[in-house]
Ligand binder design. Structure first.
Ligand SMILES: NC(=O)c1ccc[n+]([C@@H]2O[C@H](COP(=O)([O-])OP(=O)(O)OC[C@H]3O[C@@H](n4cnc5c(N)ncnc54)[C@H](O)[C@@H]3O)[C@@H](O)[C@H]2O)c1
Length: 331
């Protein structure tokens, strides 16, 4: 009712302000007041008003209940796609989406079959009290660099679930330390093994977001897309020679802002997340083989330590949920 009221008044308020400007000398102050009263501020959430707006509408004899965790932070019935979710940060993020109420979380990663760790998380969620029948983890093997495959995969999820709401692009790889003057074209692209950094971290991020967003648009419920960038997209860690990784993550930051501007009118929010050093299989590959490096990195951080994957649970839930509906194109 409230949102209808606001939308209804959008045009009249504009006319009223325009008319008042021409006839009333004290207009600057009055215009500001009218703007405050009439300017539409978006559609109110489907579960009704919350916060002070709810207080002002409530009758004095109702017994209010808290809404912040049951509504704003809740992902009840949402469907999500998370890339790189066979392990590491992707798996941690997939788990918390399910825990926050998502009906199904589709984990996408390179291996055809998921890891033991993934199965343990799936089983744990299935046993979680109060979550029976909810929080389903699903697994689909795919390479995020394969655009056609990713789009088809998105379509499959949409067909199965009848909706798509959230996407997290956590698939990513790191290149080996390489002297910037020695970088050949091939080396600039390559990671430790064979896949290439730019193609995985940049193209793969876009293709994953496209796969999900095409379905978000199809079902028209709006959505939240979280691109996993890195602190290495904004700052350079001295001593690490990782020019392709750093460049790829800067690209992800700008991709998020670009997508945000294009997709905002469709009620699809896009934000990026830039974790600092977190101990995962990716970072273990250099922390565990270079004695003393962990201390050097820890020393350069305000908390004097690298982070744990679980320390991203809160921010991911916040960004994925209605708790962040005015957060858009941010890092
Ligand atoms: N761990 C950190 O300190 C840190 C910090 C900042 C950003 N990040 C970013 O977070 C994301 C996750 O990192 P992580 O530490 O969990 O790494 P990880 O290596 O543990 O996990 C990455 C996952 O991505 C998958 N993947 C790689 N290439 C793929 C492809 N072509 N198609 C599908 N899946 C693919 C891998 O198989 C792996 O399961 C990455 O984008 C990484 O750059 C990590």
């Amino acid at each position: 009712m409230y949102s209808g009221f606001l939308q209804h008044w959008q045009l009249p308020s504009a006319l009223l302000i325009a008319a008042a400007t021409t006839v009333w000398p004290c207009m600057p102050a009055c215009g500001a007041i009218l703007n405050y009263i009439f300017l539409p501020t978006g559609i109110a959430p489907p579960y009704a008003l919350v916060g002070v707006a709810a207080v002002l509408e409530a009758s004095p004899d109702t017994t209010p209940t808290p809404t912040i965790f049951d509504h704003e932070f809740s992902l009840k019935d949402k469907v999500a796609l998370v890339s790189g979710a066979n392990r590491g940060l992707g798996l941690e993020m997939a788990m918390v989406l399910a825990e926050a109420g998502a009906r199904a979380v589709y984990c996408v990663d390179l291996p055809k079959a998921p890891s033991d760790e993934w199965f343990k998380v799936k089983d744990y969620l299935a046993r979680m009290k109060g979550k029976a029948g909810e929080g389903r983890l699903e697994y689909l093997g795919a390479d995020v660099r394969d655009q056609e495959r990713m789009w088809r995969l998105g379509q499959t999820i949409g067909d199965r679930e009848g909706r798509m709401d959230i996407c997290i692009t956590a698939a990513g790889i790191l290149n080996a330390d390489t002297d910037c003057l020695e970088y050949t074209s091939k080396a600039f692209q390559k990671a430790y093994s064979s896949p290439n950094v730019m193609e995985t971290n940049v193209n793969g991020t876009l293709f994953t977001a496209q796969a999900a967003v095409r379905q978000v648009v199809r079902f028209g419920n709006g959505g939240s897309i979280i691109l996993i960038a890195s602190l290495s997209g904004s700052v350079t860690n001295r001593g690490f020679h990782r020019i392709s990784y750093n460049t790829s993550k800067s690209a992800v930051l700008q991709m998020a802002r670009s997508l945000a501007c294009e997709l905002g009118p469709k009620r699809i929010r896009v934000n990026s997340l830039s974790p600092g050093f977190i101990y995962t299989p990716m970072t273990a590959s250099f922390f565990d083989t270079d004695p003393g490096l962990l201390e050097v990195v820890a020393d350069s951080t305000p908390l004097n330590r690298p982070g744990r994957p679980d320390e991203l649970r809160g921010v991911v839930t916040w960004l994925a949920s209605d708790a962040s509906t005015f957060c858009m194109g941010s890092e």
